[in-house]
Design a protein around this ligand. Sequence first.
Ligand SMILES: Nc1ncnc2c1ncn2[C@@H]1O[C@H](COP(=O)(O)OP(=O)(O)OP(=O)(O)O)[C@@H](O)[C@H]1O
Ligand SMILES: [Mg+2]
Length: 313
Amino acid sequence: MKAIVTITLNPTIDSSCQAEEVRPVLKIRTSEERYDPGGGGINVARVIRELGGEAIAVYLAGGLTGQVLTDMLERSGIDRRLVPIAGNTRVSHVVYERSSGQEYRFTPEGPVIQEGEWRACLDELGRLDAEYIVASGSLPRGVPEDFYVQVARIARRKGARLVVDTSGEPLRAVLAEGVFLVKPNLRELESVVGRRLADAAAQEAAAREVIEQGRAEIVAVSLGADGALLATQGGCMRLKAPEVEPKSAVGAGDSFTAAMTLGLAEGRSPEDAFVLAVATGTATVMTMGTELCHREDVERIYRDIKASQKRAG
Ligand SMILES: Nc1ncnc2c1ncn2[C@@H]1O[C@H](COP(=O)(O)OP(=O)(O)OP(=O)(O)O)[C@@H](O)[C@H]1O
Ligand SMILES: [Mg+2]
């Protein structure tokens, strides 16, 4: 398997719990607390590991919470490179309300990053041997919007393939530089092409446009419960997400990106990696809160999709 390195500039300690009802003033009693190491690239590394692969997570962390995060990564056995920062690593909260089945997600903005800190992250990346680099997640305050452009240049120098899952200006900027694989959701694809994409044909046209303009070699658009769309030089492919009872969408996009990257690194075709990606995103939706996917669920859903593709010829 080819070496995969993920980058997380704004990681988090993801805490999740349940409450009967979320309401003001009165104490809200919670249960089923769990804590997971999180943030885009760290989630990607966790899922790659769950699926039997390996990835190195490069991450920024600081303060007491940063120490806890490092400890959590250590226990989960994820290979990692810490870039220390002066600020405190953030703690996110997800509260599942049993009475409504709704999920409340509290996501702090996280610490301000100093120039020396984000530069140290680029230096660390420059030292690592990587064939795939996954840049996933938003950029924290203090990090320039062309940070992922600088990552793309390091990737090019190394001959590594860059996978990007982010939004807004950092996404537009890195696509102008050119990436190997981009995983926008529908909103992110709309912001990249600058127009609403009302139906399947419009979505396919937009994904093809990104490829034809040389901004990405592969575009995998995740469409939530509707599944996903794959565009390559060879054409487009759509896949409906299997119907499951959704528990929590936390980390579905990261899980999709992880499986797509792992599949390609294992030498699968883009189409096959895409089936694995949809299966993995869907498997993550079946678990509560910040828990991601279980390998058995991914394998079962993957087999089901493959079998139905076979039946359809
Ligand atoms: N309700 C659902 N039912 C089944 N599968 C789902 C559902 N929601 C998401 N998925 C699966 O997860 C994949 C990624 O989800 P989604 O498109 O919501 O990512 P995202 O918008 O990037 O999410 P994130 O908030 O994690 O960034 C989808 O392509 C699909 O396979
Ligand atoms: Mg996403």
